[in-house]
Write a protein that binds this ligand. Structure first.
Ligand code: SF4
Ligand code: FES
Length: 253
């Protein structure tokens, strides 16, 4: 099949970018979307042109590195599917496909389709971990966790930090991502010790880095490749309120 591609090209973080047109023939419907870009890049290199920069790593839907806005949809048209797991059979022969980078103030474009998502790392460093000593390896049942909380925590832990939620939100809000990380720990006994500082510090860092506020658009949930529920945002808001009301005089983590 043949695809007509309109791809954002931007030399570097300070350059002005623009959409450029490419036509790629001989695309197999069984190629992944990133393999299709690999084929295009091989063609560009053969023509002594600059290859298109884009983020990827595992190509198995687990690392969160792939990050394309495809025809205006984060990770493309298939629900709960990362760009690396999307296949060209999702498009028809002769289709025009517009490919752009994530757009958000806190995710500056580095080159072409690559953006800097280190703001997510900074939010995680502000509290997305447990650093209390939980002891040595124990029998699985030593610390009891209710089934419902265990399942909800695992659901939240499925977040791969891709940033599609930010890119899809008209406010560029990171609340789905942050709430998934807060919830993951808030639902487990091991996360309780630092719960108050965690939610305060992560939310403060999110605001400081220029992410917007949530106005209940739910675009984040619709675009999330891991099906993270916006009910996590409600839990984060409850955790935040609780931490403000019952704040202890403990130092920041
Ligand atoms: S909440 Fe979903 S869309 Fe947002 S970073 Fe996590 S996996 Fe990606
Ligand atoms: S490249 Fe790892 S999730 Fe897509």
């Amino acid at each position: 099949m043949t695809l007509h591609l309109k791809i954002w090209r931007q030399e570097n973080a300070n350059a002005k970018g623009q959409i450029e047109d490419y036509t790629l023939e001989g695309v197999s419907p069984d190629m992944s979307f990133l393999e299709m870009l690999d084929v295009l890049n091989e063609k560009l290199v053969r023509e002594n042109k600059d290859a298109i920069a884009f983020d990827h790593d595992c190509r198995e839907g687990i690392c969160g590195m792939c990050s394309l806005m495809i025809n205006g949809q984060a990770h493309g048209p298939q629900a709960e599917t990362t760009t690396c797991q999307l296949h060209c059979r999702s498009f028809k022969d002769g289709d025009t496909v517009v490919i752009e980078p994530w757009r958000a103030r806190a995710f500056p474009v580095l080159k072409d389709l690559m953006v800097d998502r280190s703001s997510f790392d900074a939010i995680m460093a502000a509290g997305g971990f447990i650093d209390v000593n939980t002891g040595n390896a124990q029998d699985a049942n030593a610390i009891l966790v209710g089934k419902e909380n265990a399942e909800l925590s695992m659901d939240a832990a499925a977040c791969i930090g891709c940033g599609a939620c930010v890119a899809s939100c008209k406010n560029a809000s990171a609340m789905l991502f942050v709430s998934a990380k807060v919830s993951q720990y808030a639902l487990l006994p091991q996360g309780q010790v630092e719960a108050e500082q965690r939610v305060q510090n992560m939310v403060a860092k999110m605001d400081e880095l220029g992410f917007g506020n949530c106005t209940n658009e739910a675009e984040c949930e619709a675009s999330c490749p891991k099906g993270i529920s916006i009910s996590n945002i409600a839990r984060m808001n409850r955790e935040f309120l609780k931490s403000a009301v019952f704040a202890r005089s403990t130092p920041s983590i």
